[in-house]
Design a binder for this molecule. Structure first.
Ligand code: URP
Ligand code: ZN
Ligand code: ZN
Length: 481
């Protein structure tokens, strides 16, 4: 099966140039002007459009069992919705229950993900610690293509990782060449602030951001970063939502530490006024952690992307419908945390980032695919338009518009945090493994077509850190007896 995309402008993280792109057997086989291609190849006209790497969402939670329920979006509906939005890969999270063997959880998630319509990979969460966890981390890295582990510093009495777990796991990550990632919120503070709000009679969704102020996130981000510094391991902070945690990242990066930061499309454009809405359903639909923040934090996040201190954008796609959110009708701390966005991230980022002049088109590619591919070691197979790369591409119509709505989106959720927003710049076509799976509004996603992405353990970044450690290694003082 082969296809040529004719007459478009290729946009990568590095450059912009006019070229046709020829794909054969799921790979990009040729790039150039006026390509001669075998007869019989399908032809896709991209005149006036951009050809970019398909998006990589490095943070999703399909069908996650969480807070007493299960996320409504499964691996098929979620990856299909992603394809409709130009997103061709996800990195989801295996989250073992405390005491559950990591390999058991990993196999469970792999099973669930077999129905994916787009390529997928997994970060694996470390939610508890003993020798078997240490061993399973090794098995996952060596035999299963996992090169990143997740640590939730929040969600006390559930999946929270304390400092002992962080230190053990970060050390193990360094041994294995895997990147630790963290959800940075001080879980003890959140827990106690939730009790305080409830005691004051604040039981509605407005209590959610009040129990998770920016300092709670900043403290945890700084702590995780400093633990990583001591353990001499790189670190990736997920869903950075506020100035406080961004500042912690910037400080460490300025000191030469390898710290990466992700921000969410939602945090960039939705503000915290949503929690003060009198309609419970509306406010509860926005309950996610960390919460949406005020505009000064949004400005800081855009600046973080522009300066390169934040490298990736994601969605934290984790869908709960109104009947699920209703579990917290009388107590905000029981509202399942999560919002959607895998279908909308690329268009929202283009509309608010590129159209506004905050990001160049090349920076858009960096923050929507290339940087995630580099950080999680699948570049240039993913995140690039280059010969030999996977033919995961999006043909982007900069003049096309869409008004986002839960009534028309493909996500399996009854709410959209971007409802009513008209975005300019949309995918006209998405190609996954060289096949057109989205064509001018027609979704041709195929259940089970997605392939598991093996992500090899790291290499140059870890070699550099080991050399640095050797240089700085402590020596015992020779004393006279
Ligand atoms: O509210 C959120 N973010 N739900 C999903 C789990 C997580 O913290 O990433
Ligand atoms: Zn999180
Ligand atoms: Zn998440």
């Amino acid at each position: 099966m082969s296809i040529v995309i004719r007459g478009g402008t290729v946009v990568t993280a590095e450059r912009t140039f006019a070229a046709d792109v020829y794909c054969e057997n799921s790979k990009i086989a040729a790039i150039g002007e006026n390509l001669e291609v075998p007869t019989g190849a399908e032809v896709l006209d991209a005149t006036g459009q951009y050809i970019m790497p398909g998006g990589i969402d490095p943070h999703t939670h399909m069908q996650l069992p969480f807070m007493g329920t299960v996320a409504s979006e499964d691996f098929y509906t979620g990856t299909a919705a992603g394809l409709a939005g130009g997103n061709t890969s996800i990195i989801d999270f295996v989250i073992p229950a405390p005491q559950q063997p990591l390999m058991e959880a990993y196999n469970q998630w792999k099973d669930w993900a077999e129905k994916s319509a787009a390529d997928y990979s997994f970060h694996v969460a470390v939610t508890w610690w003993d020798e078997s966890v240490e061993e399973d981390m090794g098995t996952l890295v060596r035999d299963h293509g996992v090169n990143s582990f997740k640590h939730f510093m929040a969600y006390k009495n559930a999946i929270m990782a304390d400092d002992e777990i962080l230190v053990n796991s970060f050390r193990r990550c360094m041994e294995l060449g895997a990147v630790p990632t963290v959800h940075a919120e001080n879980g003890e503070l959140v827990f106690q602030l939730q009790q305080q709000m409830l005691a004051k009679g604040i039981t509605g969704p407005e209590g959610h951001p009040l129990s998770r102020p920016p300092a709670v996130e900043g403290e945890a981000a700084n702590r995780a970063i400093r633990i990583a510094q001591v353990m001499n391991v790189p670190i990736y902070i997920v869903h950075v939502s506020c100035k406080e945690s961004l500042d912690a990242i910037v400080r460490a990066r300025n000191e030469g530490q390898r710290v990466f930061g992700e921000c969410l499309a939602g945090h960039l454009v939705v503000d915290d006024s949503v929690y003060r809405n009198e309609d419970f359903e509306f406010a509860a639909a926005h309950v996610m952690s960390p919460p949406f923040r005020s505009s000064e934090h949004q400005t800081a996040l855009w600046q973080g992307l522009q300066s390169g201190n934040l490298q990736t954008t994601a969605t934290d796609h984790c869908c709960f419908c109104a009947d699920q959110k209703a579990a917290g009708k009388d107590d905000f701390s029981k509202i399942p945390n999560g919002t959607a966005g895998v279908e909308d991230r690329m268009a929202v980022l283009w509309d608010q980032g590129v159209n506004s002049g905050r990001l160049t088109m090349n920076e858009f590619v960096e923050v929507t695919s290339a940087n995630a591919a580099k950080i999680f070691n699948i570049y240039p197979r993913k995140g690039s338009v280059s010969i030999g790369a996977d033919a995961d591409l999006v043909v982007w119509d900069p003049e096309g518009t869409r008004t986002i709505s839960a009534k028309t989106h493909h996500q399996n959720i009854d709410f959209n945090i971007f409802e009513g927003r008209t975005v300019k710049g949309i995918p006209s076509h998405t190609l996954s493994q060289g096949k057109v799976v989205w064509a001018n509004g027609e979704l041709r996603a195929e259940k089970g077509a997605g392939k598991y992405i093996h992500r090899p353990a790291f290499n140059p970044m870890f070699d550099a850190l080991s050399k640095q450690a050797e240089r700085n290694a402590p020596t015992a003082v020779k004393r006279k007896l």
